[in-house]
Design a protein around this ligand. Structure first.
Ligand SMILES: NC(=O)c1ccc[n+]([C@@H]2O[C@H](COP(=O)([O-])OP(=O)(O)OC[C@H]3O[C@@H](n4cnc5c(N)ncnc54)[C@H](OP(=O)(O)O)[C@@H]3O)[C@@H](O)[C@H]2O)c1
Length: 254
């Protein structure tokens, strides 16, 4: 049932580490040409080198997706240089936890700017190309995968702004899914639990250790586990849309 992605083009945001990096690598192994976007160019170039070394196609897009011009330019360069766009993985995100009362406003702005506005800029720029791919390309289907979180389904104390951003991604995805269903652009939501990545490194001192206490003793997911879930979604036959995947470590309770 699993389809190959040969001839298709995928753009992955936040591909310089963690889930995005593993996803770009796996989609390439499945045959897609991958456009990889993030701010850390050296990390992207290393990944592109690895992909090309295995015979794949990779395009490095040094991009801050919170800047609408850069987000648009990334999508347009992917299409111009790789020929089309079948798949957008909106993965770039931050998780800046901590109680609202003491939170620097700058963290709230950064969260909204990246987790919501960055995702919206990329989506807006990509939609015409995804629709065109679903209409014209041989597979006659395209995919928009938004990376949310368990935090997009359950709010927690100390996590309000992250919850807000991920609940927002869920609402937007469901609305868009209905709008695009008949046009064969599948909109999917992936909601990981705890994954071993750099995500918690950006939480401010004093809060970071408390946040990490939540998963002490739990065998965390690897980025490759979520990449595998994403690859499952985008390799389904045209008739089948995986709308939502909630993937926790087996031992994660909350
Ligand atoms: N790890 C988890 O437990 C977990 C759980 C649920 C959901 N998630 C979600 O999974 C997604 C990926 O996170 P991760 O866990 O893989 O963490 P990560 O390793 O920190 O990856 C985050 C990625 O986002 C990129 N990014 C940050 N700011 C950006 C910007 N302004 N423009 C473009 N790219 C930017 C980073 O690259 P640069 O710094 O190079 O720009 C990096 O590639 C996020 O949306 C996160 O909310 C993660």
């Amino acid at each position: 049932m699993s389809e190959r992605l040969d001839g298709t083009v995928a753009l992955v945001t936040g591909a310089s580490s963690g889930i995005g990096e593993a996803t770009a690598r796996l989609l390439s192994e499945k045959g897609a040409a991958v456009a990889i976007a993030a701010r850390r160019k050296d990390r992207l170039e290393r990944l592109a080198g690895e992909i090309k070394g295995k015979g794949g196609r990779a395009l490095v897009l040094e991009t801050d997706v919170t800047d609408p011009d850069q987000a648009i330019a990334a999508v347009e360069r992917a299409v111009a240089e790789l020929g089309r766009l079948d798949t957008l993985i909106n993965n770039a995100g931050v998780m800046l936890l901590g109680p609202a009362a003491e939170a620097p406003l700058e963290e709230w702005e950064r969260t909204v700017d990246l987790n919501l506005k960055g995702l919206l800029y990329c989506t807006h720029a990509a939609l015409p190309h995804l629709l065109a791919a679903a209409e014209q390309e041989p597979r006659r289907v395209a995919d928009l995968v938004n990376i949310s979180s368990v935090a997009g389904r359950k709010a927690n104390a100390g996590s309000g702004i992250y919850n807000l951003s991920k609940f927002g991604v869920g609402a937007f995805s469901e609305s868009l899914r209905m709008e695009l269903a008949k046009r064969h652009v599948r909109v999917s939501l992936v909601e990981p639990g705890f994954v071993k990545t750099e995500l918690s490194n950006h939480i401010r001192d004093g809060i970071r250790e408390t946040a990490r206490q939540r998963y002490v003793g739990v065998e965390l997911l690897e980025s490759e586990d979520i990449a595998d879930a994403i690859a499952y979604i985008v390799t389904r036959p045209r008739r089948m849309a995986v709308n939502e995947l909630l993937v926790r470590p087996t031992e994660q309770e909350p």
